[in-house]
Design a protein around this ligand. Structure first.
Ligand SMILES: Nc1ncnc2c1ncn2[C@@H]1O[C@H](COP(=O)(O)OP(=O)(O)OP(=O)(O)O)[C@@H](O)[C@H]1O
Length: 236
């Protein structure tokens, strides 16, 4: 199976904190990879390295065969990202922002269609600063899709969403996969991982403690059981 994303032996330290301690996993092309792991396991740090926003101290990152830290604008346009912090400009309105971002791409999706699909039109007249957490999530997700990315990184995309919102996100993520996009999604939800994952990664303390198809990782046990046995305090 070919990989669209490969992280090999990544190390990243912030002061005294070792965020990544030899992290290795990969994301197969055209599949959904779900990355689970406790708070502080290094999931966001790994995603930041994969999208070229962070640089590992050691190790190799390849996304579509390219080192994202050195990557050109052309490469970056092939990769979509939704980070937890959002990074949305507070003073603008949702549709204005999406139209602005869409102009950065040669062949963007239709803004109105994406906005409708994610319910952004329902809060289009509210400035970003006044949006609820869930509305910001929807807007950030819409923004990540605009450039028709070949690889899409979503850092906890459904966190904080209401049940309808979570279903919308799950449908959208599977649609992206079915259209050929490679998706990497971090999550704390077993339900989300079970529904979405073709490929599963469990991280703990900056390393991979399990990786493979959901069936091969769980081996007949529940995902919850496997997760707790691999990530319980002291397991690092
Ligand atoms: N810029 C930074 N400066 C200092 N420490 C950092 C920085 N970025 C991450 N860390 C630390 O690195 C570790 C890994 O953080 P990271 O955000 O990658 O974890 P995570 O698995 O995404 O956690 P969560 O599930 O809470 O989102 C944490 O201990 C965090 O405090």
């Amino acid at each position: 199976m070919t990989s669209a994303v490969t992280l090999s032996d990544l190390h990243r330290t912030f002061g005294q904190v070792e965020a990544l301690g030899g992290l290795t996993w990969s994301a197969p092309v055209g599949r959904i990879t779900a990355v689970l792991g406790p708070n502080g396991a290094g999931k966001t740090t790994a995603i930041e390295c994969a999208v070229g926003l962070g640089r590992p101290d050691r190790g190799t990152v390849r996304v579509l065969g390219t080192d994202p830290w050195q990557a050109s604008a052309d490469h970056r346009a092939r990769v979509g990202v939704m980070l937890q912090a959002g990074g949305l400009p507070n003073g603008t309105k949702p549709l204005r922002l999406l139209h602005h971002l869409s102009r950065l791409y040669a062949d963007p999706l239709d803004v109105d269609t994406v906005a409708r699909r994610l319910g952004v039109t329902g809060f289009a007249s509210t400035t970003v600063r006044r949006l609820s957490g869930g509305q910001k999530q929807r807007l950030a997700l819409a923004a990540s899709l605009l450039g028709r990315p070949e690889v899409l990184f979503l850092d906890e995309p459904a966190a904080g969403l209401d049940p309808h919102g979570r279903l919308d996100v799950w449908d959208l993520v599977t649609e992206q996969r079915d259209a050929g996009t490679t998706v990497v999604v971090t999550t704390h939800s077993f339900e989300e991982a079970e529904r979405l994952a073709d490929h599963l990664v469990i991280m703990n303390a900056g390393r991979t403690v399990a990786e493979g198809t959901p069936d091969s990782v769980t081996g007949g046990r529940s995902l919850e059981d496997v997760y707790f046995s691999l990530t319980r305090k002291g397991a690092a």
